[in-house]
Design a protein around this ligand. Structure first.
Ligand code: ZN
Length: 316
């Protein structure tokens, strides 16, 4: 009898851990959101700010680094302040003006503990207040970089709007049923504006062909540029900036700060650019599509051609 109940207990233990293990793999997204919501309950800082900061920091980690549930890394000098960098004593760290806090209640501040990291960041943000402006000021003081603050605030907006943290849907910029052609022109010389190399792919199509956002994101820029003509820039949550140029015009009502979905029409193909505002027709109509990546220090362009090929195959 004793033996049997022991086995039942043992079996339930394995069953439970197996379920926990399966859930961990299947729904990492839910697990993360739960963590962020726990933090919101403690600090009153909305969960999507934790999610956005974590997303941003995950984006700037090198590909070789292992991705964790929480990718936020608080630099030693911020975490410890003037306390010894071996200290895990919450009161010592606080006394020496370090940020590090104990989030999981084990009495220690551990720079590698997820709860400690999140609670430390939340405690820092909370010190500035809870409004959008407060959070923005706190982020600026922490990162001291405009693009970083803008990106995080935008990711937060997107995550709050859709109540999720993963935005993997993609679209080819030209909808099916329209004629278009493109080839790999990365790095080619350009005809206008001196010695600049071609940072993008040109997709040739007729005037007025719809242009769609390739990913979810936020409109970061819209207007005229003497090279790009009417152009629009959208940043996705992977620190990538998508640049659509030479447009005929923009989708009605689309403005800087708007959230866009993958596949949403943002404008139409034209031949604007290479002169003062309104210049058009200096070259055949096409969409110039560029992609840029921000690593937290600088931003550079990379070849969108392989992405376009992939999205073209996968887009319904
Ligand atoms: Zn081009």
């Amino acid at each position: 009898m004793i033996k049997r109940s022991f086995l039942i207990v043992l079996f339930s233990y394995f069953l439970l851990t197996t379920i926990a293990y399966a859930e961990e793999n299947v729904d990492e997204e839910e697990q993360k959101i739960n963590l962020f919501k726990q933090m919101e309950a403690i600090t009153y800082v909305p969960w999507y700010y934790y999610a956005a900061i974590n997303q941003y920091e995950s984006n700037i980690r090198k590909a070789s680094e292992e991705k964790k549930l929480i990718d936020i890394e608080i630099p030693d000098e911020k975490w410890y302040g003037l306390a010894p960098q071996t200290s895990n004593n919450p009161s010592a760290i606080e006394l020496f003006l370090g940020m590090g806090r104990d989030g999981d209640g084990d009495g220690k501040t551990d720079k590698h503990n997820e709860m400690d990291i999140l609670y430390t960041f939340g405690n820092y943000l909370q010190g500035y207040g809870h409004t959008e402006q407060d959070i923005k000021a706190a982020l600026w003081n922490y990162y001291r970089r405009d693009l970083t603050v803008l990106s995080i605030m935008n990711y937060a907006r997107l995550m709050n709007k859709y109540q999720k943290i993963t935005f993997d849907t993609t679209s080819f910029p030209i909808p099916q049923g329209y004629n278009y052609s493109y080839r790999n022109t990365w790095g080619d010389a350009r005809g206008f504006g001196g010695r600049r190399i071609h940072e993008g792919t040109d997709i040739f199509a007729n005037y007025g062909t719809p242009v769609r956002a390739t990913t979810f994101g936020i409109v970061e820029l819209k207007g005229w540029n003497k090279f790009g003509g009417w152009r629009i820039g959208i940043r996705d949550i992977y620190n990538r900036y998508h640049y659509y140029a030479h447009l005929n015009g923009f989708a009605e009502g689309i403005e800087v700060g708007d959230v866009v979905e993958a596949g949403q029409t943002i404008g139409s193909v034209g031949s604007s650019g290479y002169g003062p505002p309104g210049t058009s027709g200096k070259f055949p109509p096409h969409l110039h599509y560029g992609m840029y990546k921000d690593d937290g220090k600088s931003e550079w362009s990379f070849d969108p051609f392989p992405y376009l090929k992939k999205w073209e195959r996968n887009t319904p």
